[in-house]
Design a protein around this ligand. Structure first.
Ligand code: HEC
Ligand code: HEC
Length: 434
């Protein structure tokens, strides 16, 4: 197992510095040049590529399972009113998010920013939809690469398999209570599975995707090939393919000296230096997966514990010490997924950097300086040019899957239920937004 770290690689760095001194005469420090000639930030900051994906022992990737997972991801049959799919809020045109402040779930029409709710009794999601790209690489508190990393902004679920059954049981997301008003999670999941079992193509595809389980069904050891485990594993198997490793930053890390320009390199240095972003946005995922109180203003309907407010990790742990703590978000593809933060309260990356630059303002009124994470209390003193450089650097983390099989990023033309894949739009995989 490997750990995402940011420690400098000392001995090689020393040799490198000595060489630099030899070539630079007496080592006259030139502070006016943001990136010293030939200085290798890869070594200085120990920049690492994304490690390989980890798979659960019972969910190794296989083509039949990936394609089945993709069909389920875009098939509205799994929502209560058969009118919304995972892909509605995690759409390839919007880097597998939806470019909205708050997702509009069931009883909505249209896609992405144009989606409107048509049923006044159902409200918007209380949180901003995160990208599914690289969610397979999410870590847990150990910091080790795992297949059971935190999912959701409060980390209430671990691993993509466990996550996959959550949206269908949620009222605002997929009208999970649309099955005769059922509220029990298991009952709702069973209703979705029963629907899938009535579609012959799904039966065939599940058999092909899970050959071992298919034999167990024949032998009478298993009730059906379509159960909560095979359903969840298929969706997770698809999502684990959506790992993007070909951003300009990745090309720089793997040795391409021309991948980043001078401003972007300057931004990279600031990011891990003066701007202190790397304290939390560390490692190849640009997140340490800790839960941090950073106190952005509350917008939207809020969650359960306090009316109109979202108390973050406390919503899951019920521990007041976790109040207003949210998971550090990855910055990979952040350029493509505005607006920002758990409640989408900032529209641009520049606004985000300015928030940190002044010591976290504007601030949630209940988050006093004592509650705020210590690393966020002091102004950073970045000037306008430095703010721009940090933003420019974040944009080098963009890669909508240029190294992936394009098939993975295309909305299927048809789904086995015969419904329109991803409500309101059937772009047949135009690949827009890549
Ligand atoms: C109505 C919009 C909507 C639908 C439909 C939806 N999601 Fe989400 N998804 C969200 C929002 C909002 C969050 C963040 C919620 C939170 O953190 O509490 C989220 C979070 C996630 C995450 C966690 C990502 C991370 O890094 O934490 C995954 C994975 C995910 N969704 C997959 C799915 C799958 C699979 C489906 C279909 C079975 C689905 N979603 C359906 C809106 C939606
Ligand atoms: C003390 C830890 C910490 C530091 C330091 C920090 N961040 Fe964050 N960052 C977070 C957390 C936690 C979130 C999610 C908070 C939320 O959603 O309420 C976040 C969210 C973000 C987001 C929004 C991502 C999205 O998809 O919505 C951006 C962009 C971002 N940070 C950039 C930066 C930059 C640039 C810096 C340095 C100037 C920085 N952060 C410093 C912890 C930190």
């Amino acid at each position: 197992m490997r750990r995402f770290t940011q420690e400098a690689c000392q001995p090689r760095r020393l040799i490198f510095l000595l060489l630099l001194l030899v070539f630079a005469g007496c080592g006259d420090d030139d502070d006016s040049n943001p990136v010293a000639v030939n200085e290798d930030l890869r070594e200085k900051l120990n920049l690492q590529p994304l490690p390989p994906v980890m798979y659960p022992p019972d969910n190794e990737p296989r083509q039949e399972r990936i394609s089945l997972g993709k069909l389920l991801f875009f098939d509205p049959i799994i929502s209560g009113e058969k009118n919304i799919a995972c892909g509605t809020c995690h759409h390839p045109n919007f880097a597998f998010a939806d470019r909205r402040q708050f997702s509009a779930g069931v009883s909505g029409e249209g896609l992405g920013p144009d989606r409107v709710l048509t049923n006044a009794t159902i409200s918007l999601e209380p949180r901003n939809s995160p990208t599914i790209l690289n969610a397979a690489m999410n870590l847990d508190e150990s910091g080790l690469v795992t297949h059971e990393g935190f999912q959701f902004l409060d980390g209430r679920v671990r691993g993509l398999e466990e996550q996959a059954s959550r949206p269908i049981t949620s009222r605002v997301e997929m009208r999970g209570d649309g099955f005769g008003g059922a509220t029990d999670r298991a009952v709702i999941v069973d209703s979705v599975l029963a629907r899938l079992r009535e579609v012959p193509e799904y039966l065939e595809r599940f058999k092909a995707a899970f050959p071992v389980e298919a034999v167990e069904v024949e032998d009478g050891e298993r009730a059906s090939i379509i159960d909560s485990s095979t359903y969840a594993r298929a969706i997770a198997c698809y999502e684990r393919e959506l790992v993007t490793r070909n951003s300009a930053y990745d090309r720089y890390v793997s040795g391409d000296d021309n991948a980043l320009n001078a401003t972007e390199l300057h931004g990279l240095e600031l990011f891990f230096g003066k701007a202190k972003c790397g304290v939390c946005h560390a490692g190849p995922m640009f997140s340490d997966y800790r839960f941090i109180v950073q106190g952005v203003p509350q917008e939207g309907g809020g969650k359960d514990i306090m009316p109109g407010d979202d108390t973050g990790r406390e919503e899951h742990t019920l521990d007041t010490r976790d109040r207003y703590a949210f998971r550090t978000l990855t910055l990979r593809n952040v350029e493509l997924t505005p607006p920002y933060m758990h409640d989408g309260c900032f529209e641009t990356l520049e606004e985000v950097v300015r928030f940190y630059n002044v010591g976290s303002f504007p601030r949630h009124p209940a988050v006093t300086n004592d509650l705020l994470d210590p690393d966020l209390r002091d102004p950073l003193g970045l000037d306008d040019e430095e703010v721009d450089a940090v933003v420019a650097f974040m944009k080098t983390l963009t890669d909508m899957g240029t190294g992936l099989d394009p098939y993975l990023l295309q909305v299927p033309k048809q789904v086995p239920s015969g419904l329109t894949p991803v409500f309101g739009l059937n772009d047949g995989g135009s690949g827009k937004g890549r």
